[in-house]
Write a protein that binds this ligand. Structure first.
Ligand code: ADP
Ligand code: GN1
Ligand code: MG
Length: 367
């Protein structure tokens, strides 16, 4: 743990009651530094989540926190209990973040207890519950009052721009790694004409901009540890204007394979149709209330596109020398890229069936 931070001083600026007990690294996120913070309140230990925002990734943390504050306050009005949304703890000066002496941005959330996230889902019921919560999240934000949320990372899901970034990394070949990943590069380039399809539909006015989460990795949703119901969406840094597909696509990417995102044995990576069906039914149970016909029709495509997109982001980061995603071993980003591309192939093999099911569900929704 980085003990250079003066945790007690940082925490003392938030409206946290009781006595500081401990702070420990927590979770498996690739971007922020997350800590479990414990305070003793009148003899009882209470946990919080303390996070240092990654300002290399999020260049405008003040606007980002403004987005999160607006979104969580809006959700709070719709929730029946305090586990239904993240709750920010404000500072003594009523701000949602603290800037420390080195310029780091920190925030604190209530710790959502009796809940957990899964890096790999275990059952179709979990997939259904998680997707339902993400769909409800989009549905609840349909009426967020203006102004438009700021884009915390511009062009985050602009897949053609991600292809261009990969091509730049190939041209520069900063680490001399290009020659060893020709196969992976060809995999992307042979599919490049699909990269702009959703943005084209949006430009033609066929699918609308919505407020989306944009990082719906299945470990960004909490599930009740007692009864297995989906509770709450977390990791709100990328909540911003987007297409509904960005969220469903990332659920397919992270929720349908029984293998970890960085699994080295690619024979374990496969798109399990039953998990896809559970995600689709769960998502439509909530988002079906507002999605239009074309949005529904392109849900299977989004699974393929977003898996390809994240795979190429891992590949780009590998070529650039692992500067974006946290890595924990050599070739970690390349391993992650390969699992994504294997999953794309598996989706392609089952694509007809995925579309047929989507058509059936679309008809059920119309009844
Ligand atoms: P990152 O952006 O790095 O992925 P997250 O915001 O997703 O960071 O947090 C990392 C992990 O911390 C999550 O996967 C989850 O397990 C846990 N976590 C985050 N916020 C909370 C919370 N409010 N209550 C309980 N656990 C949380
Ligand atoms: C990052 O923050 P985390 O670990 O939930 C990334 C996502 C990727 C994901 C891949 C802001 O998500 O876009 O899909 O890793 N978040 C950001 O695991 O880049
Ligand atoms: Mg996360």
């Amino acid at each position: 743990m980085n003990s250079n931070y003066d945790f007690q001083s940082i925490c003392s600026q938030f409206r946290l009651y009781g006595d500081f007990v401990s702070v420990q690294p927590y979770g498996n996120g690739h971007i922020n530094d997350t800590y479990q913070l414990t305070y003793c309140q009148s003899g009882k230990n209470v946990r919080y989540i303390l996070q240092k925002i990654n300002t290399n990734v999020f260049r405008n943390p003040v606007s980002l926190m403004d987005n999160i504050q607006r979104v969580t306050e809006h959700l709070k009005r719709k929730c029946t209990n305090s586990r239904g949304t993240l709750t920010l703890i404000l500072t003594e000066k009523w701000k949602p973040y603290v800037v420390d002496a080195s310029g780091n941005y920190w925030r604190v959330y209530l710790f959502i207890e009796n809940a957990r996230s899964y890096d790999v889902l275990e059952t179709e019921q979990q997939a259904y519950e998680a997707a339902k919560v993400f769909g409800q999240f989009q549905a609840d934000l349909v009426d967020l009052p203006g102004p438009r949320l700021i884009e915390t990372i511009p062009d985050f899901h602009n897949t053609p721009a991600r292809v261009a970034a990969l091509e730049k990394a190939i041209r520069e070949d900063r680490c001399g790694r290009v020659a060893s990943v020709r196969k992976e590069i060809d995999f992307v380039l042979s599919r490049r004409e699909e990269a702009g399809r959703l943005l084209e539909l949006n430009a033609r006015g066929v699918i609308p901009e919505r407020i989306t989460h944009n990082d719906t990795k299945l470990n960004n949703v909490l599930i009740d540890t007692e009864n297995g119901t989906g509770i709450c969406v977390i990791d709100l840094d990328t909540v911003m204007p987007g297409l509904a597909h960005y969220d469903f696509g990332d659920m397919v990417r992270t929720g349908t394979s029984p293998a970890a995102e960085d699994e080295r044995d690619l024979s374990k990576v496969t798109m399990q149709f039953g998990m896809f069906e559970a995600l689709l039914r769960g998502y439509c149970a909530t988002a079906g209330s507002f999605l239009n016909d074309v949005e529904l029709e392109y849900l299977p495509f989004s699974g393929k596109l977003i898996t390809l997109e994240i795979g190429m982001r891992f590949l780009t980061d590998y070529l650039e020398g692992d500067v974006y995603f946290k890595i924990h071993r050599d070739n970690h980003n390349l391993d992650r890229c390969r699992t994504q591309f294997k999953l794309v192939e598996s989706i392609e093999q089952q694509y007809g069936r995925m579309r047929k099911l989507t058509d059936e569900i679309k008809k059920e929704l119309k009844k």
